[in-house]
Ligand binder design. Structure first.
Ligand code: ATR
Length: 276
């Protein structure tokens, strides 16, 4: 059979580890395929979708800033993509329709929300920092777990307000108040790009957080953001985004190839080496 072609669309893409991960699994599972970076402008998305329809591409991942923008180009969206209006995986179904899926929610569940103790979980207060592409998936994964007290803050408040239209039960906190708000939180999730390799960092110190706080950073590059380092030193339980990244990719891979690739120590180490 002809080599299958997969890829990821977004901009910028140079830091994406998706090709490394998918090509590792492609080799491991002896699939005849290749996965590459497809850096495109918004105006070029239609052409990429056409390639899926024409069987030139067998599937794509979608990352920032197109997780929502891609939706009008698709025949339909299903499952968690419908719930979040955020698409990160596209495939062609048996009827030749281009379908938008969301595997980020699965990634968040496997790596984080399913690991939370069920005890009094509905009483937990969670603060999500950021209102970018992954935030709707974070809110949905948390609410599926029964967490109701969800707060969100974003430098640009308008974006938080748009997300609240989809999830009216969330509460918006002004960006200038995040440090004070953090005092009452049980879980804080960083869904901003603050802390990313070569990028800006949080200016806030979050000195007054509860010792029992759980901090989850969606970022996996670097392996430990400044916030993770800082919180770890103070004995706070932290998670980075590497497992979420691997599990969302696992579900995309299995959707396209009908093989569930392993998220094991070998792949974790391979990816960690790529980060360093
Ligand atoms: P996009 O905004 O295109 O969806 P993203 O990577 O999904 O991109 O999201 C970036 C997030 O990091 C946004 O929440 C962004 O805040 P704005 O909406 O105000 O841009 C946040 N972010 C990036 N740089 C930031 C900074 N210096 N301070 C605070 N938040 C920042």
């Amino acid at each position: 059979m002809r080599e299958k072609k997969f890829g990821i669309i977004g901009k910028p893409l140079s830091h994406s580890l998706s090709p490394a991960l998918h090509n590792f699994w492609i080799k491991k599972n002896k699939v005849s395929a290749n996965y590459s970076l497809i850096e495109v402008e918004l105006s070029e998305i239609g052409e990429v979708i056409k390639k899926i329809k024409n069987h030139e591409l067998q599937g794509i991942n979608v990352t920032v800033p197109y997780k929502q923008a891609v939706i009008p180009f698709l025949d339909s969206i299903i499952g968690d993509a419908k719930e979040t209006l955020s698409v990160n995986t596209i495939n062609l179904n048996n009827e030749g329709k281009v379908i938008g899926n969301n595997t980020d929610v699965y990634g968040l569940e496997k790596s984080f929300t399913n690991k939370l103790s069920d005890k009094n979980l509905d009483q937990n207060k969670v603060l999500i920092l950021g209102a970018g592409g992954v935030t709707p998936s974070v809110i949905y994964a948390l609410s599926k777990k029964g967490i109701k007290k969800i707060f969100i803050s974003n430098r640009t408040i308008k974006k938080a307000e748009i997300i609240k239209e989809r999830f009216p039960f969330i509460e918006i906190i002004e960006w200038k108040s995040i440090e004070t708000a953090a005092e009452n939180m049980n879980i804080i999730i960083n869904a901003t790009s603050l802390g990313l390799v070569n990028g800006n960092n949080f200016e806030q110190d979050f000195k007054t957080i509860k010792p029992s706080l759980i901090y989850y950073d969606i970022i996996y590059n670097p392996e430990e953001t400044m916030m993770i380092k800082k919180f770890k030193k103070r004995g706070i339980k932290t998670f980075n985004g590497l497992e979420m990244f691997m599990y969302q990719a696992q579900k995309s891979f299995s959707l396209w190839n009908k093989i569930i690739p392993m998220v094991d120590e070998e792949v974790k180490q391979t990816m960690t080496l790529r980060i360093k």
